[in-house]
Design a protein around this ligand. Structure first.
Ligand code: NAD
Length: 496
């Protein structure tokens, strides 16, 4: 059986311990992934420290030459990368292509780093004094990423970090390790010097070693909220810069004036795409008024019944398998909990024929109506193809409901009323908002991040915030006195 190695110092590195990588569509181990220990992490950091001074001092315009070539190589190998994503994650090929394209946007953004790092300059900030601020790299930085976007989430991080002059160590999810190595190979082919980008495969042991290492100066984490919070707290206590993005429960509010046919069409994609394993998936629909709910729920139930489900690597499907058996069972358990709590189960994904008959970890589209905020299926992130409909009387209640939820990643509103839309964007306590846009994932030249329990730290991922996160400001004030100038001692604080 083939193995997926680490990538350290520009070469693949094998390990003493391995973990099975399972194709979730067939429930079959397809390869084994290396698992890093502290020593592996130490050697990646050592290689990064060796590469760092030369990479840091290289002009940004030269550094981005690598990124231009990397983008072309990602596009050249897109099909092979998507096949690997689909095989290890379970998502359908078209969805894998979507995540790769959104990931490549970040490489394109990183190609603009010479412009983004220009800094700020004030001539004559004081008498004969010029002041400028520049952005210097942080040093050795690390990224710990989740299973659900094996290329896109790492691409949120390392292209910008590297283009800013840092050396980057990626610890991908042990469930989807292969594309990280493919990207390392492509970076090498693009001309990236050895040690600037490393991959340490593994689980918590590898993550902890990165967090604890004194030379790792900044950590970007994306994953579940309990881990995000723990990593943020530990990293910050060690004096590191940390951004930790967590889980979500994203609400779509439907006002009575919305085009319900269009809303239903876009909502089934946003709720069931990638089998609901997206941090921006819509998992709650808040219908304002019973009439809106009655019509919309019927439409969603009818459409969701006909979704094509199967192994993600087969063409033309809507939904693939969930990532592993434990997760599929957990989703099934939530459906049982929803039923017991009294929600009306309009569509039961457990009854899909693939759940019983296929060897993989499938779950059909599930729809609950009459869900209340007291129910676990409403409160928790299920991360599966389960959509909950909550009925409210008016728009105020819809906003209150969202603002009371622990998560604040994404939300959207379906309406034709500009006034309501404006109020929604102003008042809703959520980091990313869509108006008639169900998955408001910002483009690469904006930044991505939620509020409340969906993000720990100050700066969001990718875009302008990533440039700030992966650089340190240095403000320089400079004066060149004339030779004849008579300096006198100044004891008051300089104020001019
Ligand atoms: P996870 O938290 O289980 O794992 C994420 C990463 O952390 C993996 O690399 C894993 O190996 C590592 N890890 C796991 N436990 C750890 C521990 N105790 N200490 C240190 N590292 C640990 O998340 P997941 O199941 O891979 O991904 C799904 C979660 O990610 C969902 O909650 C989803 O909402 C979230 N997510 C959030 C965003 C976002 O932008 N907010 C994006 C994608 C996914």
């Amino acid at each position: 059986m083939t193995t997926v190695p680490h990538w350290i110092g520009g070469s693949p590195v094998e390990a003493a311990r391995y973990f099975p990588v399972v194709d979730p569509a067939f429930g079959k181990t397809v390869r084994q992934v290396a698992m890093a220990d502290t020593q592996t992490v130490n050697s990646a950091v050592k290689m990064a420290l060796t590469a760092y001074p030369t990479w840091r001092d290289m002009p940004p315009s030269k550094r981005v030459q690598v990124m231009y070539r990397f983008k072309m190589l990602l596009e050249r190998d897109a099909e092979a990368l998507c096949k690997l994503i689909s095989e290890e994650h379970g998502k359908v090929l078209e969805d894998a292509m979507g995540e790769l394209k959104r990931g490549i946007e970040n490489v394109e953004y990183a190609c603009g780093i010479p412009e983004l790092l220009k800094g700020e300059y004030s001539h004559n900030a004081g008498p004969g004094i010029d002041t400028w601020s520049n952005h210097q790299p942080v040093g050795i930085v690390a990224g710990i990423t989740p299973f659900n976007f094996p290329t896109m989430v790492p691409l949120w991080m390392f292209p910008i970090a590297i283009a800013c002059g840092n050396c980057f160590i990626l610890k991908p999810s042990e469930q989807v390790p292969s594309v990280a190595i493919k990207m390392a190979e492509l970076l090498e082919e693009a001309g990236l010097p050895a040690g600037v980008f490393s991959v340490v495969q593994g689980d918590r042991e590898a993550a902890d070693a990165l967090i604890e290492h004194s030379k790792v100066k900044a950590l970007s984490f994306v994953g579940s909220t309990p881990v995000a919070k723990a990593i943020y707290e530990r990293g910050a206590s060690l004096g590191k810069r940390v951004q930790a993005l967590g889980g979500a429960k994203n609400h779509a509010v439907i006002l009575p004036d919305a085009d319900l046919e269009n809303a239903a069409n876009t909502l089934i994609g946003a709720a069931y795409g990638s089998a609901g394993e997206r941090c921006m998936a819509i998992s709650v629909v808040v219908c304002v008024g019973n009439q809106t709910a009655d019509v919309l729920v019927d439409k969603i139930a009818e459409k969701a019944k006909h979704l094509n489900i199967g192994p993600g690597t087969e063409p033309g499907l809507d939904m693939g398998a969930l990532v592993n058996q434990a997760h599929r069972d957990r989703v099934a358990d939530y459906i049982g909990q929803g039923e017991s709590a009294g929600a009306v189960l309009r569509l039961d994904g457990r009854k899909h024929p693939l759940v019983e008959n296929a060897p993989g970890y499938f779950m059909g589209a599930t729809l609950f109506d009459h869900v209340t905020s007291a129910m676990r299926i409403y409160q928790d992130e299920i991360f599966g193809p389960v959509l909950c409909v909550v009925r409210v009387d008016d728009f105020d209640q819809a906003i209150e409901l969202i603002n009371a939820h622990q998560y604040g990643n994404g939300t959207c509103l379906f309406t034709r009323a500009g006034e309501a839309a404006r109020r929604f964007t102003d008042e809703v306590e959520v980091g990313m908002v869509g108006i008639n846009v169900p998955l408001p994932v910002p483009v690469a030249f904006h930044s991505f991040g939620g509020w409340k329990e969906s993000l720990f730290g100050d700066l969001h991922a990718y875009g302008p915030d990533a440039v700030r996160f992966y650089t340190r400001r240095k403000a320089v004030s400079q004066r060149w006195p004339t030779e004849s100038a008579q300096e006198t001692a100044q004891f008051s604080f300089p104020s001019h």
